[in-house]
Design a protein around this ligand. Structure first.
Ligand SMILES: CC1=C(CCC(=O)O)c2cc3nc(cc4[nH]c(cc5[nH]c(cc1n2)c(C)c5CCC(=O)O)c(CCC(=O)O)c4C)C(CCC(=O)O)=C3C
Ligand SMILES: [Fe+2]
Length: 365
């Protein structure tokens, strides 16, 4: 029998990156907004949330924890597959990790992007980034082949971890009748939403599918549930339309409608990074308090064993398909599993225009 992770010889956790201390904040943000000509003074303002946390984003420690959990789960299953880590916008940069991996003999690498949903920001932008990293490596990357795991929003491990978290949050609320689950994700520009829906279910529709799947389980458990999807963390020009409603406006509307018990469930995020810490734990929870609601924030998937185990299943499933086998694929919700290779035209940038920017694991059109 072949090695369960063959043909891969490494798994690369590829994430956004975040600053570790005050001095990192502006250089990190320069990377994030690269090429947009935004002056440093403006970045000092954009970095306000990071400065409020002494310049330290929680995201790096979360990725280290996820890497350790993935490595432990692989080891437990007797699978030898090193788990590497590289970021788009801060150390360790993907290009550096890849250079080391190649020097250590890696030739086929599978990438796990730390966004569960497909959109330009969570999907194609990472594939552009990987192509740029390989191109920067030049001859050093000769013979290197990189695949990217499909978006995993409807993976049973991810959905079940979120379901468990919502159930635990309901338990935290004072006793009462009925509960509203306010599912929350990162807002994106309407144009990016439209582009995400060009070749398959769009960003919003992917979230709606997860919402319905979790709701169904909650009702099976006997809970009286209403629910909604709202958005956080919009940025940019206020005249540009982004997905709405904003979670704070939405909570006010819910209060007006007589909702008194609410669970804020950040299904759009795989861990408690800055958006969750600031926009939800700081702002949205305060909004709920001011509105006199009983509110609890559901945990993100983080390193919940069911989530980590689901990710390892995904890795082994993809490896098996690369070997020409037909492993069983299980999803929650109504949408199918996304394809291994993103179809041409998928998740283009804001306006769906063809940029010609090279991508890995897919075509540039
Ligand atoms: C859909 C989505 C996810 C996926 C959800 C997920 O992966 O969880 C995500 C992840 C993240 N985004 C992050 C940080 C930032 N995102 C920015 C800007 C933007 N994000 C957008 C969307 C998303 N972003 C968009 C449409 C913009 C506007 C710029 C543009 O139109 O292209 C900016 C620039 C400043 C600003 O505009 O606010 C920053 C600093 C961090 C790190 C957090 C930490 O440090 O803990 C993470 C994981
Ligand atoms: Fe972002």
């Amino acid at each position: 029998m072949s090695h369960p992770a063959a043909p891969y010889d490494a798994l690369l956790l590829c994430s956004f990156g975040g600053p570790n201390r005050t001095e990192d904040v502006v250089p990190f943000l320069r990377n994030v907004v690269r090429g947009k000509g935004i002056p440093d003074e403006r970045l000092e303002e954009v970095g306000e949330h990071y400065f409020a946390f002494d310049g330290k984003s929680p995201i790096n420690e979360q990725n280290l924890a996820l890497r350790a959990a993935l490595a432990a789960e692989l080891r437990e299953r007797g699978v030898e597959l090193p788990v590497l880590w590289g970021n788009r916008n801060w150390h360790p940069y993907t290009v550096d990790t890849l250079r080391d991996a190649v020097a250590f003999g890696a030739r086929r690498i599978l990438v796990l992007v730390t966004s569960a949903y497909a959109s330009y920001s969570g999907s194609r932008q990472y594939r552009e980034h990987l192509a740029a990293a390989v191109s920067e490596l030049g001859v050093d990357a000769e013979g290197l082949e990189i695949d990217v795991l499909r978006p995993f929003f409807n993976d049973p491990g991810f959905v079940d971890a979120n379901t468990d978290a919502v159930l635990a949050a309901v338990e935290q609320l004072p006793a009462g009748e009925g509960v509203h689950i306010a599912y929350v994700t990162h807002s994106i520009p309407d144009t990016m939403q439209d582009a995400s829906a060009a070749t398959g279910p769009g960003y919003r529709e992917q979230h709606e599918d997860v919402r319905a799947a979790i709701d169904a389980t909650l009702r099976e458990r006997g809970l009286t549930v209403t629910s909604s999807l709202s958005y956080c963390s919009r940025s940019g020009d206020p005249r540009t339309p982004w997905l709405e409603p904003d979670v704070n406006d939405h909570l006010a509307q819910l209060a007006e409608d007589g909702v008194t018990r609410v669970v804020i469930a950040p299904i759009g995020f795989i861990s408690d990074h800055m958006e969750v810490a600031w926009d939800l734990d700081t702002e949205a929870m305060e909004t709920a308090r001011e509105l006199g609601m009983d509110a609890a924030r559901a945990a993100t998937a983080g390193i919940a064993p069911v989530f980590v185990s689901g990710l390892v299943d995904l890795v082994l499933e993809r490896a098996a398909r690369e070997r020409g086998e037909e492993p069983q694929v299980t999803v929650r919700g109504q949408l199918p599993a996304f394809p291994d290779v993103a179809p041409p035209g998928s998740c283009r940038m804001r306006h769906g225009e063809v940029t010609g920017i090279p991508v890995l694991a897919g075509t540039a059109d």
